[in-house]
Ligand binder design. Structure first.
Ligand SMILES: [Zn+2]
Length: 365
């Protein structure tokens, strides 16, 4: 199998870039449909529509109901066809963007991804995570085409609740460990090939950027302001993490996240919060030394990220609950098999038990 690297055609990030969307989207089509939930529409709709109309693009909007499910995608694809839109713009968090990508796949045309939070690596990728109406992970849908444009307004990202920014950091930290595991095992990446050196290096840069700027960026975002660290971390959470996971590959951390979504009690924890438990579990699976695992847990605590099962909604889970998580994480289709060793459900369950103990211990110390 060849090495493959793919990415969106354009990435634009900066203060106030929402009001410039028309300049960057002008070549993509003539009629745009903006898909976002009610809150995000209140935040961006006027600026987006004004800028598009100034650039000669007709614009309308449709409200997203909050779940990237098959039914919701079909409903919005129908709206896109009715309005004869040839540019689908998704604005919001990961689920809104994943929905908009799926809608573009069904309706055709161009796709613009406008994350309003730096919480996941959904904005740049050519896939959607599909959930049931009740929020359980179901499957990934993969597309031939990436978004044509990713536009990130750091003023909006910085004023979103800091929890989203934190979660994005967790998702970005996982990128390096997963891409490195895939590289070591010569596993498959997410764009249909073996990892390129480029994908692997971008994942490492993502990790280094978050280690260097994560805490100071959170200081700024906690006060709703934008600094150079916020720019650096927004790029890491969005571009580097997105390219790193797709072209570098996923491994255990995201499979464990997917397994955790099987338990309803975890549904109030964000994607990144669950991924962080997945990352620590991956480090335990890999048999990393105590010092490294403790350092990672301490950094997580400094960032305000969960390090115990309780913090993602699992107060005192019994073994059978963790067996459900472990079994789902080890499904044949899961990326956990990109780890450079055999992974089985009992091994994952025992690692989860250990993570919980280690998290409590480091927190006490
Ligand atoms: Zn993720």
């Amino acid at each position: 199998m060849p090495t493959v690297y793919k990415s969106p055609a354009a990435y634009v990030q900066g203060r106030g870039v929402t009001a410039e969307i028309g300049d960057h989207a002008a070549s993509l089509g003539e009629t745009a449909l903006l898909i976002a939930d009610g809150m995000v529409l209140d935040l961006v709709e006027d600026d987006v529509r004004d800028s598009l109309e100034d650039a000669g693009i007709e614009a309308s909007s449709a409200e997203f109901n909050g779940e990237s499910s098959e039914d919701e995608i079909a409903r919005l694809a129908e709206t896109t066809a009715e309005r004869e839109a040839d540019i689908v713009i998704g604005a919001g968090g990961g689920k809104a963007l994943d929905t908009a990508k799926a809608v573009r796949e069904q309706a055709g045309g161009a796709m613009v991804s406008m994350p309003t939070v730096a919480s996941t690596d959904a904005p740049t990728s050519a896939l959607s995570v599909i959930y049931s109406e009740h929020g359980e992970f179901q499957e990934y849908w993969f597309y031939a085409d990436h978004p044509d444009l990713v536009l990130v307004d750091t003023e909006i990202v910085a004023t979103a609740p800091a929890r989203f920014f934190r979660s994005g950091i967790a998702d970005g930290l996982a990128t390096w460990f997963e891409a490195d595991a895939t590289y070591q095992s010569h596993g498959d990446n997410v764009v249909g090939g073996k990892p390129t050196r480029a994908g692997h290096s971008l994942a490492r840069l993502c990790y280094e950027t978050l280690c260097d700027h994560g805490l100071s960026a959170l200081d700024a975002v906690d006060s709703d302001v934008v600094t150079e660290s916020v720019e650096a971390v927004t790029e890491a959470n969005t571009l580097l993490s997105g390219l790193g996971f797709e072209s570098g590959g996923l491994a255990a951390a995201h499979s464990i996240h997917n397994g955790l979504t099987q338990l309803e009690a975890t549904h109030d924890a964000t994607h990144g919060e669950k991924v962080n438990i997945g990352t620590i579990t991956q480090l335990v699976l890999e048999g990393r030394d105590d010092e490294f695992i403790e350092e990672y847990i301490t950094f997580s605590l400094d960032l305000g990220l969960p390090v115990t099962l309780e913090e993602i909604g699992l107060d005192d889970p019994d073994r059978s609950d963790l067996d459900i998580v472990a079994k789902a994480a080890c499904d044949d289709e899961e990326t956990i098999h990109n780890q450079p060793f055999d992974v089985t459900p009992p091994v994952v369950r025992d690692a989860l038990v250990t993570v919980d103990e280690a998290g409590h211990r480091v927190r006490r110390s």
